[in-house]
Ligand binder design. Sequence first.
Ligand code: HEC
Length: 98
Amino acid sequence: MRIASATAVMVTILMLDGLPANAAVNALQLFHANCAVCHAPRIEKIGPALADMPGNINELNRTIYGGRKLMPAFRNRLSDEEIQALVEYIRIFRKKVQ
Ligand code: HEC
């Protein structure tokens, strides 16, 4: 789990000036609990790396709510607030790595 915690630290640093502290921590935890198994950067993965996800809000919402091919739908697994936190998290992460 060394790689995962290094990733968490890196992502936390990237996040801190982008969102209020509570929202950043919440989105980070949500991402690691629900998404990182398939999307964490630099780990052999099933889905695209976080940095390669599109920044488009509609696309992100559609994919996370409804799922996509191998990716499960999260509309019954996460609340609207949690999904919106993840959408923001992905968009801010994308801006920082571009
Ligand atoms: C079981 C593995 C799995 C999990 C868990 C998972 N995904 Fe995915 N995700 C995928 C796969 C596979 C794709 C690529 C689908 C395709 O081929 O179009 C994908 C695609 C995406 C895309 C579109 C990326 C693009 O380039 O178009 C987004 C955004 C995304 N996932 C976000 C999330 C978020 C946020 C979570 C957690 C709530 C999550 N995923 C959980 C497997 C997963």
